[in-house]
Design a protein around this ligand. Structure first.
Ligand code: PMP
Length: 289
């Protein structure tokens, strides 16, 4: 595997960073995950825009122009095998003596890019759907920043794994009271469906603005699927006819069990089937263009 680190293309075994890197010490950095289909980065412009938003959120200057990012990404795709890949971009505030405040004057940020095989869900999972649990969303109030500091997300996802489930659906505030609502998954966005209407939580500081989330809403709008972007109360999550999970690597999945109870009929529903098919067609069309 060939990776990019601070201007160099290297075998991953030869890539080294300092123990004083602020990413290692503080989790002081941001990242992106970009799916590659047929050796083309999917929605590159949108991913680079979200990266800029994350960098702005942590007050770190973008080390590269979009043209430079595109060139690095092109090289990494070419250096790695597989038509479909999952690119990981990671930028930290660089190497400095340990001190919470930003290094002054600023130091060179650390820039790391790697490619992994893109493992989209197998057919069985598309047919069965996945099981999820719910848990209080105990993260910070800037979940719109794709921060490398993922300890809450790691612990929340592990709760799902420990329960034999695929994902944890997060509920704010941290109690299942009347005012509680769904934000997203530990590493995904979540939609609900009620009476044929797709419900999407609004993008704000409490969730990551998913690139797949945007594609799904665009597909709903373009294909006459009724949809509403609004806060989804916890009671609506449990009463939903369908629940859908989206992310760059999982694409669109049906959630057929929640906290041990079946969602709707317990089988992937009609809105899932339609959106999944539309997503596959959309991907194919974009890659052909
Ligand atoms: N929310 C969180 C917390 C995530 O980590 C991710 C990505 N894994 C998403 C949503 C989905 O975003 P995208 O569709 O851009 O992969």
């Amino acid at each position: 595997m060939t990776i990019y680190l601070n201007g160099q293309y290297l075998p991953i075994e030869e890539a080294k960073i300092s123990v004083l890197d602020r990413g290692f010490i503080f989790g002081d950095g941001v990242y992106e995950v970009i799916p590659v289909y047929s050796r083309k980065a999917f929605r590159l412009e949108e991913h680079l825009r979200r990266l800029q938003h994350s960098l702005d959120g942590i007050r770190l200057a973008n080390p590269h122009s979009n043209a430079e990012w595109a060139a690095i990404i092109k090289q990494i795709i070419a250096h790695n095998t597989g038509e479909d890949q999952s690119l990981y971009l990671h930028i930290t505030r660089g190497v400095a003596r340990r001190d919470h405040a930003f290094p002054s004057p600023p130091v060179q940020p650390t820039v790391f890019v790697m490619s992994n095989p893109l493992l989209t869900p197998p057919a069985e999972l598309l047919q069965s759907g996945i099981a999820c649990i719910t848990a209080p969303d105990n993260r910070w109030l800037r979940c719109d920043i794709k921060a490398i500091a993922l300890l809450p997300n790691v612990l929340l996802r592990q709760m799902a794994v420990d329960a034999g489930c695929a994902e944890t659906i997060l509920i704010r505030p941290e109690s299942m009271t009347d005012g509680a609502f769904m934000t997203e998954g530990a590493a995904s966005n979540i939609f609900a469906v009620k009476n044929g209407t797709l419900l999407a939580p609004p993008k704000n500081n409490l969730m990551l603005p998913g690139i797949t989330y945007d594609v799904v809403l665009e597909l709903a709008a373009a294909n006459g699927i009724p949809h509403e972007v609004r806060r989804i109360a916890v009671a609506e999550v449990f009463a939903a006819d369908e629940l859908l999970l989206t992310s760059s690597t999982k694409e669109v999945l049906a959630i057929t069990q929640l906290d041990g109870k079946q969602v709707g009929t317990g089988k992937p529903g009609a809105v899932f089937a339609q959106l999944h098919a539309l997503y596959q067609d959309f991907k194919r069309d974009v890659m052909r263009a």
